[in-house]
Write a protein that binds this ligand. Structure first.
Ligand code: DC
Length: 226
């Protein structure tokens, strides 16, 4: 069985759901690196740091005490994220963080700090790490690399359903579908430079696959590899 599994893909490709389920099935540590970029972004917004101020964001990332741990509250969370001891698990998913995170994560200074932390987390092995650049940059030696993708419309549809389930269909906090689609399109554009499949990644188009089918595919591949 591979020690390190890298799963990359754009927003809404299903990588977090698949990654978490796979990690649970294998008894591996699940690390969602997007949560780390989101936590730094949340801090930057709290501290009113300009999103184009690379050196200030670098300092922030360097000193941020971000801890991702097993979920301790059963409210639908995959994990608990704290920043300096403060539970930000849901705050990092809010619209302002989601809109700002691509700008923050585009700073190479921020990336190099978080990438070093991600490599340290993976060192012990038995990890499923999910993100944009895991197979290509963070863990180029990972034994199994997947790149999940789906059309823009399908990814927006999934995000809409996820938010509808969380907020309820009548909740004014639920953004219109068009807004979600435009946000994902804009994030794809900003994230593009840091989002490439590794040359040895298996690319899976998930438009017509549900989570179970993607998991079955992966488990079959892992059996072949074992
Ligand atoms: O997967 P997500 O939507 O939670 O990721 C949030 C943002 O973080 C995404 O817009 C791009 C960035 N990100 C990144 O640049 N590299 C990663 N390994 C993970 C996320």
């Amino acid at each position: 069985m591979p020690m390190c599994i890298a799963i990359d893909g754009p927003a809404g490709s299903g990588k977090s759901t698949v990654g978490e389920r796979l990690a649970r099935k294998l008894g591996y540590l699940y690390v969602d690196t997007g949560a780390m970029y989101r936590a730094v972004t949340w801090l930057a917004l709290e501290d009113h740091i300009a999103l184009d101020n690379g050196p200030a964001l670098e300092q922030l990332a360097r000193h941020a005490e971000i801890v991702i741990s097993h979920p301790h509250i059963a409210d639908g969370r995959q994990y608990t994220v704290t920043v300096h001891g403060h539970d930000v698990t849901w705050d990092i998913r809010n619209t302002s963080v989601t809109r700002a995170v691509s700008t923050v994560s585009a700073h190479p200074e921020v990336r190099s700090i978080l990438i070093a932390q991600q490599r340290a987390m993976a060192k012990q092995g038995h990890v499923v790490m999910v993100g944009r650049d895991i197979g290509a940059v963070v863990l180029p030696d990972a034994e199994y690399k997947l790149y999940l993708t789906a059309s823009l419309e399908e990814r927006a549809r999934r995000r809409y359903i996820e938010l509808e389930e969380r907020f309820g269909a009548q909740n004014p906090a639920l953004p219109p579908f068009e807004e979600i689609l435009n946000d994902i399109r804009r994030r794809d554009d900003v994230d593009r430079d840091n989002m490439q499949p590794a040359p040895d990644a298996i690319i899976v188009m998930t438009d017509h696959l549900n989570v179970e089918q993607v998991l079955d595919f992966i488990c079959h591949q892992l059996e072949v590899l074992a």
